[in-house]
Structure formats: C-alpha cells, structure tokens
Design a protein around this ligand. Structure first.
Ligand code: HEC
Ligand code: HEC
Ligand code: HEC
Ligand code: HEC
Ligand code: HEC
Length: 303
C-alpha cells in the first residue's frame, strides 16, 4: 500500500520533467490493432467490438460485394490507416480483420499523438485535443454522401449526437495505475448505433383508385435510407380493402437513389384497378447488412 502512494506522488514529476517518459508504450504509436488499445480502454473497446465499424472488413455482405476482397479500391474506408480529414483515407496493410479501428480514427503520424475530444494527461501515449472530434466533419472522410446530405439539411445536430450518444460519465481507462489519476468523463458510445426512423410522419390520401402515401422526415437530417455503399432499403407495402375483403396489394422499394429526404414531403403513388374504402400501410427497412426486414411503422385509414 505504501509503495503505491510513493508511486502516485512521484508519477507526475517523472512525467512532467525533461527525462524520457518512462510510461510511454512505443508500440501504441505503430498502428497496433484495437485489442491493444483495449488493454487500457477496456469499456470503449467492448463498445467498438459491437459496432459495424469493427465489422467493416469481415462483414459477409462486404466480402461478397468485393468479389472476395479482390477490389483494391474498396479498401480505403473499410480498413483505413489514418484519417486525412475531409479526404478519402488510404488503406493499411496490417490486420485488415480489424476494419475501421481505434487508430484509423484517432492516431496521427504527423504529430505521433492520439487525437480526441479532451485535454488529457495520458503517459502511455501523447494525446492532443482536437475540436473536430465533436463535429460531423470527422465522419465526412468516409461517410461522404451522408455528410453532404447533412450539410444540405443545415442541421445543428451532429452525427455524434445521434450515433455516439454518451451513455454516462465514466473512466476512459480501466487499468491500474492510470485509472487512479483520471476523473470520470463523458464516454461517447463507440457502438455507433444506427437507430431507426420511427418518427417519420406518414399520412394517406386517395384520388379515385389511387392511394398516396405521403412521407415527411423531420427527425433525421440526412436521406433515409442513406448510403455511400451497400444497398440499404425501405419498403412500403400497401393493402387496399373493400369492406373486409382484401382487393389488392402492392410494394414499393425505396433505394438510396430515390430516398426520403430531410424535411421535404415525398409522395408515393399506388395505382389500383379497383376501388377501395380502406388502406393498410406497412413500412419496413432493411440495412445493407441485415438479413431480415424490420417493421418501422404501420397505419390504416378508412375513406
Ligand atoms: C475511416 C472511415 C470511417 C469514418 C471516419 C467513420 N465511419 Fe462510420 N462506417 C464506415 C464504414 C466502412 C462502415 C460500414 C461498416 C460495415 O457495415 O461494413 C460504417 C458504418 C457506420 C454506421 C452503421 C451503418 C449501418 O449500416 O448500420 C454508423 C451509424 C456509422 N458508421 C457512423 C459513423 C459516425 C457517426 C462517424 C463519425 C463520428 C463515422 N461513422 C466515421 C467508415 C467510417
Ligand atoms: C469513401 C469511402 C468508401 C469506399 C471507397 C467504399 N466504401 Fe463501402 N461503405 C462506406 C461507408 C461509410 C459505409 C456505411 C454504410 C452507409 O453509408 O450507409 C459503407 C458500407 C458498405 C457496405 C454495406 C455494409 C456491409 O458490411 O454490408 C458494403 C457492402 C460496401 N460498403 C461495399 C463497398 C464496395 C464493394 C466498395 C468498392 C467498390 C466500397 N464499399 C468502397 C464507405 C466506403
Ligand atoms: C497503457 C494504457 C493505455 C493504452 C494501452 C492506450 N491508452 Fe489511450 N489513454 C490512456 C490514458 C491514461 C488516457 C487519459 C485518460 C483520461 O484523461 O481520463 C488516454 C486517453 C486517450 C484518448 C483521449 C484523447 C483526447 O485528447 O481526448 C484517446 C483518443 C486514446 N487514449 C486513444 C488510444 C488508442 C487509439 C490506443 C491504442 C492505439 C490507446 N489509447 C491505448 C492510456 C492508454
Ligand atoms: C469511426 C471513428 C472512431 C473509431 C473507430 C473509434 N473512435 Fe474513439 N472517438 C471518436 C470520436 C468522434 C470521439 C469524440 C466523441 C465526442 O466527443 O463527440 C471519440 C472519443 C474517444 C475517446 C474520448 C472519450 C469519449 O468517448 O469521448 C477515447 C478515449 C476514445 N475515443 C478511444 C477509442 C478507442 C480505444 C477506440 C477503439 C476501441 C476508438 N476510440 C475507436 C471516433 C472513433
Ligand atoms: C438527429 C439524429 C441523427 C443525426 C444528426 C444523424 N443521423 Fe444518421 N441516422 C439516424 C437514424 C434515426 C437512422 C436510421 C434511419 C433508418 O430508419 O434507417 C440513421 C441512419 C444512418 C446510417 C445508416 C443508414 C442506412 O440507411 O444504411 C448511417 C451510415 C448514418 N446514419 C450516418 C450518419 C452521419 C455520418 C451523420 C452526420 C453527417 C448522421 N448520420 C447524422 C439519426 C441521425
């Protein structure tokens, strides 16, 4: 116990003086895999491991779309070495199975430091506070199309606000002795959850035997679905009834090219042969990597 306190008292002097930093762990500056960062950042590592970013290379749908990894031009954003902000990254050679890993987003070999949102004291590796980490801009190197849509939406809500919502104040590290020195900070969710657009405003109108499904997206400041790659889809399935009898049924598929934009009413037209007095509408989505459709919303109207 006594040794621990002597250690704690002398550590700031050791680190603060001109001597080489005895706590520096050199390999951290040589693009190690995410697991190595997890030695100290155990909680954040666990979140990242559950994210799509960790699967950007091993994902079966990615493997298929690249003809079993034969397309070199696809590697840049799926196994990036380091971020060059605003520009498409360059791919790395080591541990591709890590996908978009910690170093891809945080390390800069220009100043050999981990860039992040905070001003921290981090003896094992240099750190640098970088205000871009709390801005959507940091996502723009790879999510190029989505970022453009977000810019056009003119929203003040950042990507991080929705896709990295902080869970709680916690330690950034779970490793002795460093964990003793650091106050808890807000930890942003590194599972990068996608969420679901269940706030879509949907209304139905009818003109003769045509049904209009009017969709307004006021909650997500980019297209739905949005994609730089992959093939996420929305489905609108309509059933029309005369009394209790099902008269007809139709489905429209919404791809990123014909997506639902932010804050602009989109009308989907369903033309039927026979008249109807009731319609039921089901909206589903299927993200690029999902095997099954998910129900987003259902509604019905009697005319
Ligand atoms: C270095 C490139 C890169 C950067 C930077 C990046 N991403 Fe990604 N992101 C990807 C790739 C590649 C995928 C696809 C992974 C897969 O499913 O194969 C992805 C997937 C996602 C997904 C899951 C999408 C889905 O289909 O469910 C979300 C959400 C996401 N990113 C949010 C963000 C946010 C927010 C930021 C900024 C803080 C960000 N990303 C920065 C490359 C990047
Ligand atoms: C400029 C960066 C970039 C490049 C280059 C890139 N991707 Fe992606 N890719 C992304 C991002 C970002 C996502 C996240 C999905 C989204 O935007 O909704 C993604 C997602 C995907 C997905 C869906 C997720 C999954 O695991 O199934 C597939 C498939 C995919 N990309 C295939 C490719 C292929 C094939 C190429 C080369 C032709 C390629 N990508 C090149 C950025 C890129
Ligand atoms: C031996 C322990 C250790 C290892 C391993 C480690 N770190 Fe850290 N890291 C720290 C400490 C200590 C802090 C400061 C924590 C605090 O202030 O709460 C820190 C802080 C950070 C920050 C915040 C920087 C900021 O300015 O906001 C980032 C980002 C980071 N580390 C990334 C990484 C990455 C990426 C790796 C793997 C290449 C890694 N770390 C490996 C100990 C470690
Ligand atoms: C797709 C890019 C991306 C990846 C991959 C990524 N991070 Fe981050 N990280 C960020 C962003 C953006 C922030 C800042 C969030 C904010 O403050 O709005 C951040 C914040 C942090 C922080 C400061 C605490 C916090 O949560 O704000 C630490 C420490 C950190 N990351 C470590 C890691 C480690 C360790 C890994 C790998 C296990 C990792 N990051 C993977 C983008 C990334
Ligand atoms: C106000 C919250 C919000 C903001 C801000 C936001 N998103 Fe989203 N995003 C969502 C929701 C909700 C979904 C799920 C939509 C759906 O139902 O498919 C989503 C979906 C996604 C997807 C998966 C899309 C797909 O169709 O495959 C990616 C990738 C993504 N967002 C990236 C980003 C990026 C990058 C930014 C910043 C430029 C951003 N988002 C800003 C809420 C948000």
């Amino acid at each position: 116990m006594k040794a621990k306190w002597i250690f704690l008292i002398t550590l700031p002097f050791l680190v603060g003086c001109e001597l080489p930093n005895p706590f520096l762990e050199e390999d951290l500056l040589q693009h190690p895999p995410a697991k190595r960062c997890g030695d100290c950042h155990a909680e954040i590592y666990k979140q990242w491991k559950a994210s799509r970013h960790s699967l950007a290379y091993t994902s079966p749908t990615y493997k298929e779309a690249t003809d079993n990894y034969s397309k070199q031009k696809c590697l840049a954003c799926h196994i990036p070495k380091e971020l060059t902000k605003g520009e498409e990254p360059t791919p790395r050679k080591k541990h591709p199975e890590d996908g978009v890993n910690c170093v891809s987003c945080h390390f800069s070999s220009k100043d050999m430091a981990m860039h992040g949102p905070y001003d921290v004291f981090s003896p094992p590796h240099p750190s640098k506070k970088d205000p871009d980490f709390t801005k959507s801009f940091i996502c723009s190197s790879c999510h190029r199309e989505t970022y453009k849509q977000w810019k056009e939406a003119n929203s003040h809500t950042t990507c991080q606000h929705c896709h990295m919502t902080p869970i709680k104040k916690a330690d950034l590290i779970q490793k002795f002795p460093f964990d003793l020195f650091h106050a808890a900070k807000l930890v942003y969710n590194h599972a990068f959850p996608t969420g679901i657009a269940n706030h879509l405003q949907v209304s139905l109108s009818k003109d003769n035997t045509t049904l209009y499904v009017n969709v307004l997206n006021t909650s997500v400041p980019h297209n739905i679905p949005t994609a730089d790659n992959g093939n996420p889809k929305y489905f609108i399935t309509v059933e029309v009834y005369q009394g209790k009898k099902l008269v007809d049924k139709d489905t429209k598929i919404i791809t990123p090219k014909y997506a639902i934009p932010y804050n602009k009413l989109k009308k989907f037209e369903f033309v039927f042969w026979d008249d109807f007095d009731k319609a039921k509408v089901y909206i589903y989505r299927q993200l690029s990597w999902q095997k099954e459709k998910q129900l987003v919303k259902e509604l019905e109207k009697t005319f």
